[in-house]
Design a protein around this ligand. Structure first.
Ligand SMILES: [Mg+2]
Length: 262
């Protein structure tokens, strides 16, 4: 019997090495992107990951950005070596496992589509969408930002359209802007895979019904090696006197990230 899975992945620093915002900034000759992002983060005005889209819409230094800049930025982004191989592997898992591979990114959709051209079909890419002024080509407004909690909306729409249950969702991400959607996936017994040093929760066996040796063998058959696979079963509680907030809480199934390399 065929088991259907929804595999959703973040883009910036999950499938790519560099951040879309940095590459776009270099393209338009602006060199203080990180300072701008930090300024936005400090005032908590926009969801993490949506800073670039906010700047394009509101910041004088970014108002000059047009559609062609976004497409060119995508072309300049360096993808991780195995992205094309990974997407290809998913199509060759046999009849038992069918994956729908989709990318959900806070970056402008045009950047991600351009970067993944020929690897992921454009209609499997969900980024932040802009409405453009027809006369000037300027970005007029944001149709929807696929950032932070917004990633959950996109994921849930995809899941409903594909008719896939929550426990057949796999989400790949790299960092804190993925936390809301990763928490959501974990809460519903899906699988999250962190591709960075950050520690998230991994439940490969439960989702795929595969043992770790089988998963290693599978990746190995495509010339890929799992670099790290540690497991922890830890509850961490930090308790302080009343009147002071509890500092740390962690899930009981926290596992170290999967790192995949050729
Ligand atoms: Mg990212």
């Amino acid at each position: 019997m065929t088991r259907k899975f929804l595999l959703a992945s973040d883009f910036d620093q999950t499938l790519s090495f560099n951040d879309s915002g940095v590459v776009l900034s270099e393209l338009i000759g602006f060199h203080s992107f990180h300072d701008k992002v930090k300024g936005l983060a400090d005032i908590n005005l926009v969801q993490q990951g949506a800073e670039l889209s906010y700047l394009i819409l509101h910041d004088p230094d970014f108002r000059r950005v047009r559609l062609e800049h976004l497409v060119e930025t995508g072309r300049r982004i360096r993808l991780k070596h195995d992205v094309a191989l990974f997407a290809g592997v998913l199509d060759n898992l046999g009849e038992e496992h069918k994956f729908s591979f989709n990318v959900i990114s806070a970056a402008p959709q045009e950047i991600v589509q351009s970067a993944l051209e020929g690897i992921v079909p454009p209609d499997h890419i969900f980024g932040t969408r802009f409405r453009y002024n027809e006369a000037t080509g300027e970005v007029d407004s944001i149709i929807r930002a696929a950032a932070g909690w917004g990633k959950i909306s996109v994921l849930e729409e995809l899941r409903a359209n594909l008719g896939i249950s929550h426990d057949h969702i796999i989400y790949l991400g790299d960092g804190s802007s993925d936390l809301p959607v990763m928490m959501h996936v974990n809460q519903h017994d899906g699988l999250t895979i962190a591709v960075s040093e950050a520690k998230f929760i991994s439940r490969v066996e439960r989702v795929m019904n595969w043992k770790s040796a089988e998963i290693r063998r599978f990746f190995g058959s495509y010339g890929l090696t799992l670099l790290e696979w540690d497991r922890m079963h830890t509850d961490i509680l930090t308790i302080q006197d009343s009147g002071v907030q509890v500092a740390t809480l962690s899930d009981d199934n926290a596992a170290a990230p999967l790192l995949i390399a050729q």
